[in-house]
Design a binder for this molecule. Structure first.
Ligand code: NDP
Length: 480
């Protein structure tokens, strides 16, 4: 059975404790590889390697750093099929999705930050004729990049690319649930020509190595994407140590549909924003608000469209939905469907586990599920489920829907469907979220700030925001 290894100081190495965890294929329920159950000793080795590499990497010309990032992008694209296949097996997502979204985006992340860093500049402030101020932006040192399981390589590279571009050395911790593509990336790192110690990838559990990483004195910044509770724990650890912190956390995103929308486009996109990646995208619109006059038409058409989605073997190009990432997560989703029933909701379609035949007979599959009849304030409509489950909520007018959309503790993203531009701008201004889509969803421009408000996070990633996060500004004032 394949044994994943840590990537420390330029070499693939076993964990110091020589202990391994099972890595399961969610579509078959079978263990198919072993992952290091690393501990604080492996973290210590990785941080020391990164610390030793930092002075040279920080002073490596920007163009050389950019070239290495471009090598990563090229190697990822050359290995697109193998990486997509690995992502699909590890995570359960349809291989077609991994091929068209996850892996190309991982390459784009490297390409984007390779170009961004050569165009990055800092400010100058002339103080009349008395002085000139200029701001130096220097890399931070050794930074931690911790990523979740839903978009494994996509989100891991979204962190490490800007960190490396800005001249930092990285200790990365991918999710223990989906380690495979990060491992394959460490093999590519050797070919990309990244100097020893500049990028280190340590595998293992959050409580063991995630926390060893976040409390380490040599870590100067933490970029974390994951659940809100984990984010709160990391913030508690990092705040008294004065580490820079970027937290991208959970969401309960409203998808607001007005009767004057472009109906066909809205319906097709809403199907995607509800069920892509089995609903396991932080940006999925899990609360669908529909203007009353459109409610029954939308309900019928949406349920009919959801019924046509194929839940199947992720390896099949015909599957619209693959497997849920783990048995534990499947149980969590099922418990929320039970809760929705107890709260008085009506399951319009779905609600059940799907049992497939053949190699997927023991896999963890779930029907796309649509629920209505629940008030916006109930737990089902307030808590993040992170699965193929959406609720439908009718609304009377703009004021009412705005209040309901803003009623959760989250504030990651929102979608607005209307042909009335004035209303779209008005709503966009008032919705409490870091990312608003008008008449679209997941249309991404990597230059834009990305992140959430309230319990959805602190700080922004993307474009210059990421390069600013991964650098320390220092003002120099020169008297004229
Ligand atoms: P978790 O918070 O469980 O885990 C995220 C990462 O943190 C994993 O690598 C995990 O390790 C690690 N971790 C766990 N505990 C600690 C700790 N004490 N210290 C340091 N690291 C730790 O999230 P999930 O992996 O379950 O991901 C799903 C969540 O991510 C959802 O809430 C989703 O909304 C959110 N998310 C947010 C996005 C955004 O941009 N805002 C984007 C994508 C997802 P391990 O798993 O190995 O134990």
């Amino acid at each position: 059975m394949q044994k994943i290894q840590n990537f420390i100081n330029g070499s693939l190495v076993p964990p110091e404790g020589v202990a391994y965890l099972n890595n399961t294929n969610p579509a078959t329920g079978q263990v198919y590889s072993l992952i290091p159950d690393s501990d604080h000793r492996d973290i210590e080795l990785a941080i020391n390697a990164a610390d030793a590499a930092f002075p040279v990497w920080a002073n490596t010309p920007v163009a050389e750093r950019a070239d290495i990032l471009l090598n990563f992008a090229k190697l990822i694209l050359e290995n697109l099929d193998a990486l997509a296949e690995a992502e699909s097996v590890d995570n359960g997502k349809p291989v077609a999705l991994a091929k068209s979204v996850d892996i190309p985006r991982a390459a784009d992340n490297f390409k984007f930050f390779a170009h961004a860093i050569v165009n990055f500049s800092s400010e100058a402030h002339p103080t009349e004729t008395r002085a000139i101020n200029y701001t130096l932006r220097t890399p931070l040192g050794v930074v931690a990049c911790i990523s979740p399981w839903n978009l494994p390589l996509y989100l891991f590279t979204w962190k490490i690319a800007p960190a490396l571009a800005a001249g930092n050395c990285v200790v990365g911790k991918p999710s223990e649930v989906t380690p495979m593509t990060a491992f394959l990336l460490s093999e590519l790192a050797q070919q990309a020509g990244i100097p020893k110690g500049v990028l280190n990838i340590v595998h293992g559990t959050g409580p063991k190595i995630g926390s060893a990483l976040t409390c380490h004195e040599k870590i100067s910044a933490i970029s974390f994407t994951g659940g809100t509770l984990t984010g709160a724990e990391i913030a508690r650890t990092a705040a008294p140590l004065f580490k820079k912190l970027s937290l991208e956390l959970g969401g309960k995103n409203p998808n607001i549909i007005f009767a004057d929308c472009n109906y066909d486009e809205m319906l097709a996109t809403t199907l995607r924003s509800s069920f892509s990646n089995q609903g396991q995208i932080c940006l999925c619109g899990s609360r669908i608000f529909i203007e009353k006059s459109l409610y029954s038409k939308f309900k019928n058409d949406f349920v009919e469209a959801a019924n046509k989605l194929v839940v199947g073997d992720p390896q099949s190009e015909n599957s619209n939905l693959g497997a849920i990432v783990s048995e534990a997560h499947l149980h969590k989703i099922q418990s929320y469907i039970q809760l929705a029933r107890e709260e008085g909701g009506t399951i319009l379609t779905g609600g059940n586990r799907v049992n497939l035949d053949g190699q997927c007979k023991d896999g963890w599959f779930m029907e796309p599920t649509v629920i209505d009849g629940l008030p916006p304030s109930c737990r089902t409509n307030q808590e993040e489920i992170f699965g193929p489950v959406v609720t439908l909520i009718p609304f009377e007018n703009e004021k009412e829907v705005l209040k309901q959309a803003n009623s959760t503790k989250y504030g990651l993203s929102a979608t607005i469907w209307t042909e009335n531009l004035t209303r779209a701008h008005r709503m966009a201004n008032k919705i409490q979220a870091g990312i608003i889509w008008v008449n679209c969803w997941m249309l991404r421009d990597l230059r834009t700030p990305f992140g959430g408000t309230k319990s959805s996070g602190v700080g922004r990633e993307g474009g210059l925001e990421a390069l600013r996060f991964f650098t320390e500004p220092k003002n120099v004032c020169v008297k004229l």
